[in-house]
Design a protein around this ligand. Structure first.
Ligand code: ADP
Length: 496
């Protein structure tokens, strides 16, 4: 068998035909319903307490902060009311010592201090005016309109119970302050803001995917509001506009103290990365199974493990290693006088990242997709410079490209399952307006053809079809944790 044939055979393992896409969509719709009814289902369908989406006419000055990992970002956002905004921001590295501080106070006092410094630097007039006030957050001493409503993007697991209420479940990403667990992170921040007498009200606790939806809805052309905000970056997730009465598990609680029910809407965070963890409809190859078995969370986030940036390079790597190990295929063997001995210590692959788990990033898929030249020069160059291979042939590079394209294409078609599920669930295809979908993340931004592949798969979905697909507008939504968070603060501020 020629190398090209072998590559086609492996690529075929990643085929995800229309009939499978349609099975996927049916299951997605079922899991969406289940998630709205009760907790503990495959799709979490978390109510976010955000009950409106902007249409681009909103105006005002808002703040947003983002605590996600290594940096703390503070922004002020001026919404101009015509779908545009201006943003001022500062990014402050979080001192290592504060990530594992003895008390929550230490970290949150630092965050409040940074907010104060930001106000002093960028909003001096605003800041000075209220400097002498005794307390913020609605207490007497200054006018309501002088207070900044702030959206707080806090990318750690929280149990949210209201638009600006949520208790920390656990720390991740190297943070460890046991004292904060079980506490309301909005209150922790507000208390420290108040201690500094800053004119800032923590108006909303923000999920980054909801921020993406809001940012897109504000910036999208025209006055139509956006249905879905989705992320295809390191991970994948989507948040969409649901009818409040359809969120049965929330309505059943009969407690509307944490949100404004008057709009009849509720933004739902699907957490679709965990779609079909039971693998009833998701495609599954030996490479997917091995990746999952070697991951930190086997059996979990099965959709994400086939779709998002963190995993696509590793799927490809495993497929390529199988091709190297197969004596009948002998990928890269010609460059090494016919040998394809597979050992990271003794062979020609010594030191190659190709033999290291997680050694290949999904940016390599973009390199493969981009290089259409006859000799595949940039693929070969990347294989040499980045992955430590010696003189791969044009045939090797072509084989790698074939397999990489198949992995990327399957990911995009799976993304279409989630998007089609939300679009069908919304009932908006029954109308005549455009259906707006916001997307963010490196895959949609940098992987050539990702959105086109999504569209081609949407075409094949029963109930969407060519006509429906044409009405779906997919656009990039940037900066969910900046302008998106500000817009959530705006919506929340109407409550406060
Ligand atoms: P995050 O989701 O963490 O906010 P990104 O949207 O930038 O950040 O996504 C990062 C992920 O995207 C990483 O898994 C990385 O491997 C992948 N990635 C980065 N650049 C590219 C690219 N050019 N093509 C495809 N994937 C990429």
């Amino acid at each position: 068998m020629s190398l090209a044939e072998a590559a086609k055979r492996v690529a075929a393992e990643f085929e995800y035909p229309a009939v499978e896409v349609n099975r996927g969509v049916k299951e997605f719709l079922k899991e969406m319903e289940e998630g709205l009814e009760k907790d503990g289902t495959s799709l979490s369908q978390i109510p976010t307490y955000v009950t409106a989406v902007p249409d681009g006419t909103e105006k005002g000055l808002y703040m947003a902060v983002d605590l996600g990992g290594t940096n703390f970002r503070v922004c002020s956002i001026r919404l101009h009311g015509n779908s545009t905004f201006s943003l001022t921001q500062s990014k402050i590295p979080i001192p290592q010592s504060l990530m594992t501080a003895p008390a929550a106070h230490d970290l949150f006092a630092f965050l409040a201090q940074q907010i104060g410094l930001f106000l002093e630097e960028h909003h001096g007039e605003h800041y000075e005016g209220v400097r002498s006030c005794k307390s913020a957050s609605g207490a007497p001493g200054y006018k309501n309109e002088e207070i900044f409503n702030l959206g707080f993007t806090f990318s750690f697991p929280v149990q949210q119970s209201g638009i600006n209420r949520g208790t920390l479940i656990r720390w991740t990403k190297g943070f460890d302050i046991p004292d904060a667990i079980g506490k309301d992170v909005c209150k922790l921040l507000q208390d420290e803001i108040d201690a500094l007498h800053l004119p800032v009200r923590v108006a909303a606790l923000v999920n980054d995917t909801v921020g993406t939806l809001m940012a897109r809805s504000y910036t999208a052309p025209g006055k139509t509001t956006t249905l879905l905000g989705s992320i295809f970056g390191t991970g994948t997730n989507g948040a969409y506009v649901e009818r409040l009465d359809a969120v049965k598990k929330l309505v059943a609680k009969k407690d509307t103290s944490g949100y404004d029910p008057s709009t009849g809407l509720m933004i739902v965070n699907t957490e679709w990365g965990s779609f079909d963890n039971a693998l009833t409809v998701l495609p599954d190859t030996p490479y997917d199974r091995a990746l999952d078995a070697g991951s930190v969370n086997p059996g979990i986030q099965m959709f994400e493990k086939r779709v998002s940036g963190m995993f696509l390079g590793e799927i490809l790597r495993r497929a390529l290693v199988a091709m190297i190990a197969d004596p009948e295929v002998a990928l890269f063997a010609s460059a090494h006088s016919g040998t394809n001995e597979l050992s990271s210590t003794t062979s020609i692959y010594k030191g190659s990242k190709l033999l290291e788990t997680w050694g290949v990033g999904s940016d390599f898929l973009s390199v493969c997709q981009t290089d259409d030249s006859a000799g595949h020069g940039s693929i070969r160059q990347t294989l040499v410079n980045q992955y430590g291979l010696h003189a791969p042939s044009a045939g090797d590079a072509a084989a790698v490209k074939t397999v990489a394209a198949a992995v990327g294409r399957r990911a995009a078609r799976l993304a279409a399952v989630a998007i089609a599920g939300v679009v069908l669930k919304s009932g908006r295809l029954e109308g005549t307006d455009e259906i707006d979908v916001g997307v963010d993340g490196s895959l949609v931004e940098f992987y050539p053809g990702f959105v086109e592949e999504i569209r081609a798969a949407l075409d094949e979905v029963e109930g969407v079809g060519e006509e429906g697909e044409r009405r779906i507008r997919i656009g990039i939504a940037k900066d969910g944790s900046g302008v998106g968070a500000a817009l959530i603060a705006l919506v929340a501020g109407r409550l406060g």
